[in-house]
Structures are given as C-alpha cells and as structure tokens.
Write a protein of this length. Structure first.
Length: 211
C-alpha cells in the first residue's frame, strides 16, 4: 500500500491527502523517499536544480539514486514541497548525477550544440538534455545501459526530429552497443575523470565532426 500524508497548505489552509509515488530502481524494485511526518509542507518560493532531487537508497539492492523531490500543487496556486527524511549516507559519491549531466552538457557544447536545456524531471534511467537538433540521455546508474535504453532514446529523438546521443557512467551492454550501431545512435562512456569517451562508430563520427 502506498504511503500517504495529510498536507495542509499554509497559504489557503486547505487540507490534502498526498500519496507518495514510487520510481523503479535500476534493479527493478520500487523506490520512494521516506516521508517526514514531523515537519510541515512548505511553499516553493524559488527553484534551484540541485534542490529538485532527494537521494534515496534502494532497499532491495542498496544502490543510491537521486529521485524527484515530492511536491503537491494546491488549487490556490501554491506549490508545496513535501518533507522527506533524507538518508545522508545514501548520497551519491561526488554528486555523480549532477556531475554526469554537467560533463555531457560541456561535451555537447564543445561539439557545437549551444542551446542546451535540462528537463525538469528525472527519468528512471537518467535525465534529458535538449538542444537544437539533439536529444541526449545522461544515465548516471551503476549498471550498464541496456538495448531498451538505446531504443527508447532513438524513438524519442525520432519523434522530435533530433539526433539522439546517449551518455552513461557505467558503460553499455553488448546489446546496447549493437543496437546503437544499427540505429546510428552515438554512445559515450563518462569516465572517472568526467570525460565522455566514444564507444561505438556513430560516437566516433560525432566526436570527429561535431554538430
């Protein structure tokens, strides 16, 4: 049964029943941040990208990950941030999610993509970077990207008439590489120094010619 919390808007005083959503870990198990019932929800006065995520360790496999911080929209127009009990020991080393996205963004800019923007939500297998003519997926997970990850990116990029590019911190499975070659999707490994390295022929071509 999903965990829920009664939330009262401090602006209009309406009471809401908030049901906490869960997200799939890379291992397949559902993950949800634990709610803090001792603190009230607070209005979101301003937004900062690094404050949009909460670090949660998967109870099934122990893998830490960053997930969207719970929020509730009140009919009065106020966005409420739901209090969670964060596990500080689960923090990803060196802020690996943000580092991976920043590394991919710097690399794409060097290739000539100048109008990149990050989406406001996290996907189970990474985050999006969008720019003129490009749709990049950045996967900070501890497991190699799969064939399905590459196919989903290719389909999303095709629907938006953009070029799909995939970045991963843990590399790509053999099936993912084969699918990337067949679909012409450039695949990059973000190494421990935060440098994207091409791992298939389409990536070599993009690295050589740029946007």
């Amino acid at each position: 049964m999903s965990e829920y919390l009664t939330v009262r808007c401090p602006v209009c005083r309406r009471a809401h029943r908030y049901t906490l959503p869960s997200y799939p870990c890379a291992c397949g198990a559902p993950v949800a941040p634990p709610l803090d019932r001792h603190r009230p929800a607070v209005p979101v006065a301003h937004r900062a990208w690094q404050e949009e995520w909460v670090t949660v360790r998967c109870a099934a496999c122990g893998l830490p990950g960053e997930w969207p911080r719970p929020e509730l929209g009140c009919p009065c127009g106020t966005s409420l941030r739901i209090p969670v009990a964060e596990d500080r020991t689960a923090a990803a080393p060196d802020g690996q999610v943000r580092d991976a996205v920043a590394a991919a963004e710097r690399y794409l800019r060097r290739l000539g993509y100048r109008d990149l923007r990050r989406t406001g939500h996290r996907l189970p297998s990474g985050l999006w970077l969008r720019g003129h003519g490009v749709l990049a997926q950045v996967d900070p997970a501890a497991l190699p990207a799969t064939e399905r990850d590459v196919e989903c990116l290719w389909l999303a990029a095709l629907a938006e008439s953009r070029r799909g590019v995939h970045f991963s911190r843990a590399g790509h499975s053999d099936g993912a590489r084969a699918r990337g070659d067949a679909l012409g999707v450039p695949l990059f490994l973000i190494d421990r120094d935060g440098v994207p390295r091409p791992v298939n022929p389409p990536a070599d071509g993009l690295d050589a010619t740029g946007a």
